[in-house]
Design a protein around this ligand. Structure first.
Ligand code: TYD
Length: 215
């Protein structure tokens, strides 16, 4: 048994979760004696980062959807073994920017491979390691896409170039996953002031893990 805590952060592109995570980290660190590590997918370890480059390369437009889903599952396996499991075994708190729900939402829903199919290859990859808490940043697809355009000045990766319907399917799949597992997946309204978003996430984490954080 480990006293480590695994929390994932999920949401469509442009939901602002990465920015919120950066602001949140020092706030959480001030409230715990445990060590916190942050990591991200796709990537998070040297081999997983190489797979990330392959998946997100704009030149790989002809990549088959199932190849893409398998590569995401492969980078996840490596990331889990290299980063997440050792940290949890050392009783650390792991904050991961994306994990398995991203694949179910993007490849299962967005690419329309199907939730169950994508879940099954990911079950193989992760065995039984799931986050205790998943913070889902919810935002209307139009708003998320608009934010990406503004932030990156037209610099979008391959997946972000997909059309609005793709992003809508991603969002619907996230909401479906949340409805199936409301104990693990908690919704944050990401379509509000960023300071409020961070406060909401902080409150959620402090309430869920009172043994690890002081209020
Ligand atoms: P990234 O630039 O890290 O985006 P973000 O800052 O929004 O997290 O690229 C991640 C992209 O990869 C994002 O569009 C979501 C997608 N993705 C999947 O399609 N499936 C997955 O399993 C994961 C982890 C990410």
């Amino acid at each position: 048994m480990t006293n480590g805590i695994f929390i994932s952060f999920e949401g469509p592109d442009g939901a602002g979760k990465t920015t919120a995570l950066n602001t949140l980290l020092p706030m959480l660190e001030a409230k715990t004696t445990k060590e916190i590590i942050t990591t991200r997918e796709p990537g998070g370890s040297p081999i997983a980062e190489k797979i990330r480059d392959l998946i997100l390369d704009v030149k790989n437009l002809e990549m088959d959807d199932r190849t893409e889903a398998l590569l995401y599952a492969a980078q996840r396996r490596q990331h889990l073994v290299d980063r997440i499991l050792p940290a949890l075994e050392a009783d650390k708190i792991v904050l991961s920017d994306r994990f398995v729900d991203s694949s179910i939402a993007y490849q299962g829903g967005g690419r329309q491979i199907g939730e169950a199919e994508v879940k099954s290859i990911n079950d193989f990859a992760i065995e039984d390691t799931m986050p205790e808490l998943t913070v889902y940043f919810d935002i209307p697809s139009e708003v998320g896409l608009q934010r990406i355009k503004k932030d990156r000045d037209g610099q979008q990766d391959r997946l972000e170039k997909e059309k609005l319907e793709f992003h809508q399917r991603v969002r619907h799949t996230y909401l479906d996953l949340q409805a199936q597992d409301p104990k693990r997946i908690k919704v944050i309204n990401a379509n509000q002031d960023p300071t409020q978003v961070v406060e909401d996430v902080l409150e959620l984490i402090l309430t869920k893990f009172p043994q690890a954080f002081s209020k």
